[in-house]
Design a protein around this ligand. Structure first.
Ligand SMILES: [Fe+2]
Length: 210
């Protein structure tokens, strides 16, 4: 993953990389709202140390949701350019996620990761299913392939999708985004001295917070 970004840094302009961050970060608030609104199925069942780390990071991204766009607008200031490079930016993002998932499959034993980390890619799931159908051709079994979002409402997922598209439009201002309720709770708890590194298990750490 670091190599992919080193290559990007060497081969693309500063303008492109500022657009990269602006395009990507603009999608975070709608995507993370979908995730944080569904924390009960996406985070609570996991290891609390990891869940808390992710929750902190998503809340932090919601907090500084306008930063990359503000920087892009003041340095480059072209919505046309930002929209033009969006497709190649998201292709790169997905390529990097794929490197990470393949790495999880390779380095983390199935007993610990429980799933095929590449199963988030629909094209991969289709390919694996197809290979199973061909006699004599055994697909490498890297574990079960659930979709993390299966428990989430379709309507909510569509709202997030609309948010992602809106985030790439000219004059997008993340300031006006619909925010996840959990982000507000997070800051309240943090200010009250709650141990946010144990989001689900530190219930008694701060009196009056639940
Ligand atoms: Fe960020």
């Amino acid at each position: 993953m670091i190599g992919a970004y080193d290559k990007l840094t060497a081969e693309t302009s500063l303008k492109y990389r500022l657009a990269y961050t602006a395009d990507l970060e603009a999608t975070f608030t709608p995507v993370f709202k979908l995730m944080l609104d569904n924390d009960a199925s996406l985070f609570r069942p996991g290891d609390d140390r990891v869940a808390s780390l992710f929750i902190w990071h998503f809340v932090e991204e919601v907090e500084h949701r306008s930063s990359a766009l503000i920087i892009f607008d003041s340095v480059v200031g072209s919505d046309v350019y930002r929209m033009r490079v969006a497709a190649s930016v998201f292709k790169h993002v997905l390529d990097v996620i794929r490197i990470a998932c393949a790495g999880f499959n390779k380095h983390v034993p199935i007993e610990d990761r429980k799933i095929d980390a590449l199963s988030m890619f629909a094209s991969y799931r289709r390919k694996q299913k197809l290979l199973e159908l061909i006699p004599g051709l055994q697909a490498a079994n890297s574990g079960p392939m659930p979709r993390a979002f299966d428990d989430l409402g379709l309507k909510e997922q569509l709202v997030a999708l609309r948010g992602i598209i809106r985030s790439q439009m000219p004059k997008h201002n993340p300031e006006h985004e619909d925010l996840p309720e959990l982000a507000g709770v997070w800051f309240e708890r943090f200010d009250a001295g709650y141990d946010v590194t144990k989001w689900y298990t530190a219930e008694t750490a701060a009196p009056g917070v639940n």
